[in-house]
Design a protein around this ligand. Structure first.
Ligand code: NI
Length: 241
């Protein structure tokens, strides 16, 4: 009888230990799942519910020359439907004419950069003129959106010879040129982009025509199916540093 009691006691202790271990493991798993803003994958901090998509390939869409009174809002609507954020390099003069659209771009979570005030070749200007072009565009973008841009896309991709602006702005070019500004055929614009798509690519487009907007949205749909995730260009630039 005494022997039996001993065996029962040992069995109970073993079962208790098992239960404790199980509870400890379950607690750990729950802690990982619910740590809303702190998982680091490959050096990129992502929130808990984005962790599942962190392995997707990043790519950035950039749109130059806006805000455009005819097409920017059409594009914004398409981006919103797809839950995609993009980067818009705005021309200062266009912002003074359409400040509400610039404000809407910012409000909807897209990144805004500077594309000079009059869309001029910065490489042909003096240091003072470059500063005026860039500084003036920064001011009107700030007035419309409440944020100073930190990125500059020099018109025609021609970088200014002079060190410019205080604080200095980072110049951003692109790795894929859609050539949408000279094309009206949606299929051809897509063909210029899709075969060249790869992780961390920066795509140059313009929200300046219906075909550009159509192509951009079709490019998003196709690349999403191929496992790409669309990010603003700063996410790619600053992650490379
Ligand atoms: Ni341009």
């Amino acid at each position: 009888m005494k022997k039996h009691r001993m065996l029962w006691l040992i069995l109970l202790v073993v079962m208790d230990c098992c239960l404790l271990v199980c509870l400890w493991i379950a607690g750990r798993e729950e802690a990982v799942e619910t740590s809303g803003s702190g998982i680091v994958i490959g050096g990129v901090s992502v929130s808990g519910n984005q962790a599942g998509v962190a392995k997707k390939k990043r790519i950035a869409l950039t749109f130059d020359d806006g805000p455009n009174p005819k097409y920017t809002q059409l594009l914004l609507e398409g981006l919103k439907q797809r839950d995609v954020k993009a980067t818009f390099f705005l021309i200062g003069q266009e912002v003074t004419e359409h400040p509400d659209i610039a404000k809407q771009i910012a409000k909807e979570g897209h990144l805004i950069g500077n594309h000079s005030f009059y869309h001029v070749d910065l490489s042909a200007l003096s240091a003072r003129e470059v500063e005026e072009q860039v500084g003036r565009a920064n001011e009107v973008i700030y007035e419309a959106t409440g944020t100073y841009p930190q990125l500059l896309r020099p018109p025609f991709g021609r970088i200014g010879k002079h060190v410019i602006c205080e604080p200095p702005m980072r110049e951003v070019l692109w790795t894929i040129d859609s050539r949408d500004w000279e094309l009206s055929d949606v299929g051809t614009i897509m063909e210029n982009v899709l075969p060249n798509a790869k992780e961390d690519a920066i795509i140059l487009m313009h929200d300046a025509s219906f075909s550009s907007v159509q192509a951009a949205l079709a490019i998003i749909d196709t690349l999403k199916e191929r496992g790409y995730i669309f990010v603003t260009v700063d996410e790619i630039l600053y992650d490379e540093d």
